[in-house]
Design a protein around this ligand. Sequence first.
Ligand SMILES: C[S@@+](CC[C@H](N)C(=O)[O-])C[C@H]1O[C@@H](n2cnc3c(N)ncnc32)[C@H](O)[C@@H]1O
Length: 314
Amino acid sequence: MRRHADEIQHRSITRSQSEVHYGPLPGQAAVTSATEQFLARLGTERETFLRDHFTAAWGWYERLSSLCTAGRIRAWREECVLACGLRASDRVLDLATGTGPLLLGAARTLDPAGFAVGLDLSLDGLIDARAAAAARRVRAEWVQGRALSLPFRAGSFDAVLVSFAFRHLGVPPEVLRELHRVLRPGGRLAIVDFLRPRPGLMGRAGLAYLFWVVPLVSGLLSRRRAVYRLARYLPHTIVDAPGPEHLIQELRAAGFVVERARPLCAGIVWLFVGRATRGVEETTGAAGVPELLSGATRMTGANQRGEIFPEGRR
Ligand SMILES: C[S@@+](CC[C@H](N)C(=O)[O-])C[C@H]1O[C@@H](n2cnc3c(N)ncnc32)[C@H](O)[C@@H]1O
């Protein structure tokens, strides 16, 4: 099939073409990005802000996502799963799963030999995800953890999916190296996310919508400060995100062959599919349930009200 006409030409660019540096605020240590500058004004740091605000905005998060994507988010998540070409027996990781909307769909395509794991920083999201999976009879594991130190052995997964979260996970080369580590050689990575748009009217219009319209509308409708702040935060992460050409370079540097790089909307939402090439130093050996490394929190317990708790907490 003929590829989308706008699929990216894999040309090389220099780092300076796709990075913006901001000066320090008076009396502050140097800050290097729009996101850090935004967080510095609130007097918080990224992980604390994300944990607190994604938690406080649960219930509103999906509506906010829908507003940011003009109602297209579900279709784009489905496209991400489809592009990854999951096989029924795959071991799949949904990184930064949130409340699990992507994995709940993807896990349905797996047979009993397959295995689905959703990982996130936020326990509250995982609690909702697990409840939704139980209600829909979807078989999946939910694990609390961090993208930069995934609690899995090398080569544990056949596929890793990341939807609308890549920007939040840390320095892209480090995140990609960690994703490459947990994939088996030949395993697939699919990322769908907002990226920094190329200069031009469409990109500027998209950013203006995200910077001004989304926070105003979501703040007014929700009447919740956390939702408004999260909506204000999100476009800063897009300005700081790598551009598509830059992300391709970083995927290659981390050991992926880029099989697909497709703009989904106004050159600001992109879908990437990469295949892990290099061998891994350490493997699990036989395929099977990915083994959790020590220190990770697997959501296993439930109290009588059906609330879910991580191991050891009641
Ligand atoms: C915008 S939500 C995306 C959720 C989901 N993938 C979706 O499609 O809606 C971003 C998620 O990233 C999670 N997150 C942020 N930083 C993380 C990190 N360092 N490690 C793991 N998860 C992280 C947040 O808790 C949040 O649930």
